[in-house]
Design a protein around this ligand. Structure first.
Ligand SMILES: Cc1cc2nc3c(=O)[nH]c(=O)nc-3n(C[C@H](O)[C@H](O)[C@H](O)COP(=O)(O)O)c2cc1C
Length: 359
């Protein structure tokens, strides 16, 4: 049996395989409420053989949306809208997960295909972004530095959103601590200039993510897997490097996190990244050395054989992919065929299209 199509159990959840869908914003919700677009978009990956589907960055407070069209989990209307989607994913044999997020200083921006770009002004439905310090992302509006009381409110909002996510049927919760959004902004010395217990040393800069892991774990109990997505490097001078993030992952594991989904970058516009197939796998391998928990690799992984090689080399335990699922929503079925695993992965309804040695 391939590693890619081996099951994995974390706490009370068994994932049928290790080829998962990474979170992808659709910028198509209204007042944070998801709709039929999200339903078809996410459920198709379950039919396509995904072992888990991490739904898009979903804001825990309205101010935490990247764009006004982002999904949310700060009220019960949003729970009701997610519920049929998680049911569809589960009925198709996959595991529904959600990425809980706050966009920090990168909040209130136009969606990628809007005519205007950058910060949405208050006059066009935008809001003032909040961040650890009043340090803007290059080209965006200056954020408000959060008070300690506001930091505590946001920690509670993550826990409340986690409770709502479980009520909506999500079986995995991923904390978005990557890509230059709020939690990453606290972690990085390039965006965190605080002088209180949330700034300064790595331990202090990691306090927010650890508070959130503990608050979510206390809220949802011991059965629900809680993942953290990190950017393992800022790809910029003076920023975070993989060893820093590996240390934070080890602390997060002690605090109750179960898996680390290792991405990179997104904190500053002047980042410099060398992008090639599997370019972030070496970062996952650094984090993996620091923790006992499983680690996910992501970034230009586009075939079953490539995913299998990464797992066989021992640098990661699961593969997450994003754009390949958009190009081919049945990526999982194709990967299973490549690895000789199609019999167990293809839905019965699709068997007549399966390539077999005889056809
Ligand atoms: C349309 C789109 C939306 C994305 N939205 C998110 C998101 O909500 N949260 C996140 O952590 N990453 C997001 N990403 C990044 C992906 O999860 C992934 O890390 C990245 O695309 C690299 O993987 P790939 O080469 O398989 O696409 C997004 C990527 C795309 C293409």
């Amino acid at each position: 049996m391939s590693l890619l199509f081996s099951p994995l159990t974390i706490r009370d959840t068994t994932f049928p395989n290790r080829l998962w869908v990474a979170a992808m914003c659709q910028y198509s919700a209204v007042d944070g409420v998801v709709n039929d677009w999200h339903h078809v978009h996410l459920a198709q990956f379950a039919s396509g053989g995904a072992g888990a589907i991490i739904s898009e960055a979903t804001a825990v407070v309205p101010e935490g949306r990247i764009s006004p069209e982002d999904a949310g989990l700060w009220n019960d209307d949003q729970v009701a809208a997610w519920a049929p989607i998680t049911r569809s994913i589960r009925e198709r044999g996959s595991v529904p997960g959600v990425q809980l997020a706050h966009a920090g200083r990168k909040a209130s921006t136009y969606r990628p295909w809007a005519d205007a770009q950058g910060s949405v002004p208050l006059t066009d439905g935008g809001w003032r972004a909040e961040a650890p310090s009043a340090v803007a992302y290059e080209g965006f509006a200056e954020p408000v530095a959060m008070t300690r009381e506001r930091v505590a409110e946001v920690v509670s909002a993550f826990a409340a959103a986690a409770r709502r996510a479980v009520a909506a049927g999500f079986e995995v919760l991923e904390i978005h601590a990557a890509h230059g959004y709020l939690i990453h902004e606290f972690l990085s010395p390039l965006s965190n200039e605080r002088t209180d217990e949330y700034g300064g040393s790595l331990e202090n800069r990691a306090r927010l993510v650890l508070d959130i892991v503990r608050a979510i774990r206390a809220e949802v109990g011991g059965s629900v897997p809680v993942f953290v997505r990190f950017s393992a490097t800022d790809s910029a001078p003076g920023g975070l490097v993989a060893d820093d993030v590996a240390q934070v992952a080890a602390w997060a594991e002690e605090a109750g996190a179960d898996l680390f989904d290792v991405s990179t970058s997104g904190l500053v516009a002047h980042q410099s990244i060398d992008v090639f197939p599997g370019y972030q796998v070496p970062h996952a391998a650094v984090v993996k050395k620091a923790v006992a928990a499983p680690v996910g690799a992501v970034g230009i992984i586009t075939s079953g054989e490539q995913g299998e090689q990464i797992l066989q080399a021992g640098g990661a335990d699961v593969i997450l992919a994003a754009r390949e699922w958009l190009r081919d929503p049945h990526f999982g079925l194709r990967a299973a065929t490549e690895l000789g695993e199609s019999a167990s992965v293809w839905p019965e309804q699709y068997v007549r299209a399966r390539r077999t040695p005889a056809s």
